[in-house]
Every structure is written in structure tokens, then in C-alpha cells.
Design a protein around this ligand. Structure first.
Ligand SMILES: Nc1ncnc2c1ncn2[C@@H]1O[C@H](COP(=O)(O)OP(=O)(O)OP(=O)(O)O)[C@@H](O)[C@H]1O
Ligand SMILES: [Mg+2]
Length: 498
């Protein structure tokens, strides 16, 4: 492969030096341009960026260190070698501190000078190779290892990931439930330069407003009853990394306002504190709602919507990319083949056909669950139509749907339980620190006991299920995966009946 010629700009007010270096470096195969002053150098760089600048620190029109700083500020990747007079070691050190790659002293030792130049280019080669490699790796990870898809819409998604992952741009991921939004968020983080730092995920739907806010922003000790110790919020934990705000469409207007401020100012305060905390984070959000509609209904702040929607990745529903189904089936077969108790499995032509025909309202998640279930039911025999959730009776399908919902409910409960453990641990810490402290029983103003918080969540879940079911209680109970009788009792308990 022919290597393109390296370009070097020599900046020196001494005409003899300019000529000497130009001849020498041209002989060595570099393309050389020269500039007698700092102003001239800047003009040339603006027109045509060289690979390397060799500059005298003493320039007639400006301080060489000042020029160096300006160059490094404006063109981070531009390498600079500084030329100093013999004995000017303090200037040389200063130049290195301000980002020069190396320095050479006048009069030149030709061999040293050329060796220094070669080192710069080797270094630059390596740096660009590393970043290209990283990007390629990130893309590969996103495209091949975890996110399966070869349909046209998915290839578009992959391209977008490759393009935006390395930037810090805020990304909004939309798409129906189960289309892989969370997977995309993970791929974006992994393929970005923030990947050594945490990816912190918060579901904005799982917690009521006040709990979500303490979760996000943290609180100071004593900021409310029960806040026995200082607790860092998720924004703080995500510093230098990425925060993934899932189900952003469920965030209340009050919390939206606080989020907007973080996005604008990149700082926030813990609850109960006035001290702003600076953070450096990338924000990725996801929702299965149409946020533009929510804006129209005044449920979502328009200004926040524009801030979040800088880059938009839309995950098409599975029924619009049926080409992906066979690949996904294969992927999940491999995945569940290694599940405890499961044995290698194949699938019949007919069963695969049925999987491709089905419309998958629950998208990839529903397909994944169907394969997991089929692997278990087939007990090592090839999977056939009867192992599929829609292959047998309606009753079996309903049972399966219920089990699926229950899993989702359980995961919400797990989040709450985690939160309770955390609070308990905080309280235990505080108790240990101060045995005389009054016991927190949650009856204080403004704060709720665990039981009350669970009740709040429960009420919210039921309300939402009723909304979704258009008030149909049988449907809502089904949706929640609870008995109708229990739902009736809860509706009465919370006064949700009209
Ligand atoms: N293209 C894909 N390749 C492999 N697995 C996928 C793909 N898309 C989704 N999945 C799997 O499907 C499941 C659901 O994906 P994910 O949780 O990312 O969906 P989601 O869009 O966030 O859904 P929800 O809106 O319900 O939260 C996960 O187990 C995920 O690993
Ligand atoms: Mg999700």
C-alpha cells in the first residue's frame, strides 16, 4: 500500500534554517512548507493542516510558547516539535509541558533530528491505529456479538451506532417494547471512549417521583426523615460514563425540569444541599411512547424533548423486519442451549415458518421468551410447532403471557427491594454511628415508610394497568398477572373505582 507523503511545516524567522531544514527533510521524503512568522504559520495551517510543525520558540511576532498553546488548543492531534537554542532547557521543559511532542536544540545534530521526526510519526501512526481499532471493535461488538440483525432497517441502525457512538451526542432511542432499545444503549456505551467508565441505567417508570429524584440526584444526610446518611445519586455514579434513562416518557414534569437543568448546566445538587456538583456524562434515553405526541399533550417539556432528541435511533418492530427472525431464532437457540438443564436443540422447518409468520407484538423479547420456553419443553428433541406458544391451545398461550407479565412485575419489585435494602443499610450505618438516634418508623413528614412506598408503587401500577385496559378490569388483572379478585380488592383499598 502506497503511503501518503508526510507533511511538515517549518516555522523559523531565520532564512538559513528554513532553507537547511527544507532541503534536508525533502531529501528524507517529507513534503515541506515553511513560514517565517507565527501569523504566517497559522494562516498556512488553517489552509492546509500539516502532519507535523517544527517551530522555533523565538519568533519575531509572537511568543513561541503562546503559539504552541494555541495550536494544541485548536488542533489537539497536531504534533509539534520545538526548536530551542542550545542551553535553553527551561524553555524546552515549558514547551513539553504545553504539549510539544519533543524538542531539538540548535545547532542541530542531523541524525538526532531525523530520529526525533521518525519517532513522532511512529507515535502518530500508533495513536490513529488505536482509535480506528477501538472504533472497529466497538462497532463489531454492537453489530455482531450481541445485536443480531441483517435486515435493511437494522443495518441502518448499526450504521448509526458506528457513527454516533464515539461522539458525546445525546441519543434518544425509540421503539415498541422488546425491540432492543436497552441493547442499543449498551452498544453505544461500549463503542464509545467512555467505556472504561460506568454505564448507569435508571428506569424512570419503576419509581414514584420522589423516590426517582433521590435515586437520580442523591441526598444529604438529614435532608428528610429517613435520610440517615448521605447518599450519592445515579448521576454522580455515572460521572465520566453514560447514564441511560429508560422509559423517559414516564418522567413527571417536575423531574423533567430538573433533568433539563442538568443537561444545560452539567451540574446539579443533591437533595437537601445547595452545593452544585459538576458532572461529565453522556445521556442516552429510551421510550416506547411517541414523545412528540406527549409534547403536544403537554405531558413532556418541549425544550427537554429537543435536548434529548439530538440523535434519534428508532428500533423498528420485529414484524417490519421479518428477515431477522431466522437469525434471531438461531441466536437464541445457541443462547439457551447452555442454560442449566437444557440440551442441544434444533428446530423444524414448519416451526420456523410459523415463527416467521407470527406478528410478534412483544417483539424480540417475546420471540426470545418463546424460544427459551420451547427449548425447555422440547427436552432435547427438535423444536416443533407444538412447543411454540401459539402452536397449541389458546389457554396455554394465555398462561404463557401471564408468566411473562409476572416476570416483568417481579423485576419492578426487585428494584424496590434493592432500594429498601439500601435504605436499611443506610439506617444500620447511622444506627451504629449513633445508638441514641430516634428510630425511624416512617411516620415523619414528607417521607414514607417502605410499606407506604410499596403501596404507592402498587397503586400506580394498578392505575396504569387500568388505563391501558381502558378500565376493563379483567384485562387489567391479566396485564398485571394477578387474580381478578385481588385486583378488585386493591381497587377498593386504593379507592381507584369510579
Ligand atoms: N437484535 C437483537 N439481537 C439479540 N437480542 C435482542 C435483539 N433485540 C432485542 N434482543 C433481546 O430482547 C430482549 C428485549 O430487549 P430490550 O430489553 O433491549 O428491549 P426494550 O426495547 O428495551 O424493551 P422495553 O421497552 O420493554 O424495555 C432482551 O433480552 C434483548 O437481549
Ligand atoms: Mg427497555
Amino acid at each position: 500500500m502506497a503511503e501518503s507523503q508526510r507533511t511538515v511545516l517549518v516555522v523559523d524567522d531565520d532564512g538559513d534554517i528554513r532553507t537547511l531544514l527544507k532541503d534536508l527533510l525533502t531529501d528524507e521524503g517529507y513534503a515541506v512548507t515553511v513560514a517565517p512568522t507565527g501569523a504566517d504559520a497559522l494562516e498556512q495551517i488553517a489552509k492546509d493542516m500539516p502532519d507535523l510543525v517544527m517551530m522555533d520558540v523565538k519568533l519575531p511576532d509572537q511568543d513561541g510558547i503562546g503559539l504552541l498553546r494555541q495550536l494544541k488548543r485548536e488542533h489537539d492531534e497536531l504534533e509539534v516539535i520545538v526548536m530551542t537554542a542550545f542551553g535553553g532547557s527551561s524553555t524546552a521543559i515549558k514547551a513539553m509541558e504545553h504539549g510539544a511532542y519533543d524538542y531539538v536544540t540548535k545547532p542541530f545534530e542531523i541524525d538526532d533530528l531525523l530520529a526525533t521526526l521518525r519517532r513522532v510519526f511512529e507515535h502518530a501512526d500508533m495513536a490513529s491505529e488505536v482509535s480506528a481499532l477501538r472504533l472497529e471493535l466497538g462497532k463489531r461488538e454492537a453489530e455482531r456479538e450481541r445485536i443480531v440483525g441483517s435486515s435493511k432497517p437494522m443495518l441502518e441502525v448499526f450504521k448509526l451506532i458506528g457513527k454516533v457512538a464515539p461522539s458525546d451526542a445525546t441519543v434518544l432511542i425509540t421503539g415498541e417494547s422488546g425491540t432492543g432499545k436497552e441493547l442499543i444503549a449498551e452498544a453505544l456505551h461500549r463503542a464509545s471512549k467512555r467505556n472504561p467508565h460506568p454505564l448507569v441505567k435508571v428506569s424512570c417508570a419503576a419509581l414514584p417521583e420522589s423516590l426517582l429524584e433521590t435515586e437520580l440526584f442523591g441526598h444529604e444526610k438529614g435532608s428528610f426523615t429517613g435520610a440517615m446518611t448521605m447518599r450519592k445519586g445515579r448521576f454522580e455514579s455515572a460521572n465520566k460514563g453514560t447514564i441511560f434513562l429508560d422509559e423517559i416518557g414516564e418522567m413527571t414534569l417536575g423531574t423533567q425540569t430538573k433533568l433539563l437543568r442538568i443537561l444545560q448546566e452539567r451540574e446539579f445538587e443533591r437533595i437537601g444541599s445547595n452545593t452544585p456538583i459538576k458532572i461529565d456524562i453522556r445521556v442516552i434515553t429510551a421510550t416506547n411512547r411517541n414523545l412528540a405526541d406527549e409534547v403536544k399533550k403537554n405531558k413532556f417539556r418541549e425544550d427537554l424533548y429537543y435536548r434529548l432528541n439530538v440523535i434519534h435511533i428508532h428500533m423498528p418492530p420485529l414484524r417490519e423486519r421479518k428477515d431477522d427472525i431466522p437469525l434471531l431464532v438461531e441466536h437464541f437457540l445457541v443462547k439457551f442451549r447452555h442454560a442449566p438443564g437444557a440440551i442441544p436443540t434444533s428446530i423444524s422447518e414448519e416451526a420456523l415458518q410459523r415463527l416467521v409468520e407470527y406478528d410478534w407484538p412483544g417483539n424480540v423479547r417475546e420471540l426470545e421468551n418463546a424460544i427459551e420456553r420451547a427449548v425447555v419443553l422440547s427436552r432435547g428433541n427438535p423444536i416443533t410447532v407444538e412447543h411454540l406458544p401459539f402452536g397449541d391451545s389458546r389457554e396455554a398461550r394465555d398462561r404463557f403471557k401471564l408468566a411473562e407479565r409476572r416476570t416483568k412485575l417481579e423485576s419492578d419489585e426487585e428494584i424496590l427491594a434493592d432500594r429498601r435494602d439500601q435504605l436499611d443499610a443506610d439506617e444500620a450505618d447511622a444506627d451504629a454511628a449513633d445508638a441514641d438516634a430516634p428510630l425511624v418508623n416512617g411516620t415523619g413528614n414528607g417521607d414514607l415508610s417502605f410499606k407506604d412506598r410499596v403501596a404507592t408503587l402498587e397503586k400506580q401500577l394498578i392505575k396504569e394497568a387500568l388505563d391501558r385496559a381502558g378500565g376493563n378490569r379483567t384485562k387489567a388483572a391479566d396485564d398485571l398477572g394477578i387474580y381478578r379478585r385481588l385486583l378488585y380488592a386493591k381497587i377498593k383499598e386504593y379507592g381507584l373505582g369510579e
